[in-house]
Design a protein around this ligand. Structure first.
Ligand code: FMN
Length: 181
């Protein structure tokens, strides 16, 4: 993996996971890969997620008002790639994997590490994304204790190397960056 953009390398030092977010509304279901997910409140348990409104999933999320975050295992890069580089506009992604509905009705990948069931409570524009604040209404472990997949381990799978600016006044790295080959 060779990441040359210094802003991308800087952001890769911020620890993030990689998730598949299932959405549903009426009879329609879909799922997409997301790395911009974080816990933001304990009482009640809440998370924030940044979603590109151009995703085919976005209207289903807004209209359904619920989503399920499947946490991927460390060796599930292929699932991240599949759900993150294919769109429901072109294919039925959920038709290719085993999934079940969370209590909210949103799809959960059976092979994930764990899942969080969520109810969206507000939306906040954030640049080219929309931040969704959501209450965590449930969830469970799907596998035993295995390590989750980290965003810095998937390289430039999301193509953000090209989207990010290259200059934020970064002077340089202290030592060789692990994501650089
Ligand atoms: C590693 C990775 C991380 C991603 N993170 C996000 C994210 O946090 N938010 C988002 O809206 N899209 C993210 N994407 C892009 C969507 O997964 C991608 O646009 C997907 O094709 C949308 O699917 P849909 O059109 O079926 O909804 C990510 C993609 C990858 C590969």
């Amino acid at each position: 993996m060779s990441i040359e953009n210094p802003v991308k390398r800087l952001l890769m030092t911020v620890t993030q996971g990689v998730y598949v977010v299932g959405v549903g509304e009426g009879g329609l279901r879909n799922a997409f890969t997301a790395s911009s997910v974080m816990q933001v409140s304990m009482q009640p348990p809440m998370l924030a997620m940044a979603v590109n409104p151009d995703n085919a999933s976005y209207p289903l999320l807004v209209e359904g008002g619920v989503f399920a975050v499947t946490v991927l295992q460390h060796d599930q890069c292929a699932l991240a790639d599949f759900f993150g580089n294919h769109s429901a506009r072109d294919e039925d992604k959920l038709g290719a994997v085993a999934w079940h509905a969370a209590p909210s009705g949103a799809p959960v990948l059976n092979e994930g590490l764990s899942y969080l069931d969520c109810r969206a409570v507000s939306r906040h524009p954030a640049g080219d994304h929309v931040v969704i604040l959501a209450e965590i209404t449930g969830g469970d472990f799907l596998q035993g204790r295995v390590r989750p997949l980290r965003y810095d381990e998937v390289g430039d799978m999301d193509g953000s190397d090209e989207l990010l600016p290259e200059h934020l006044g970064i002077a340089g790295e202290r030592s060789e960056f692990p994501g650089r080959s």
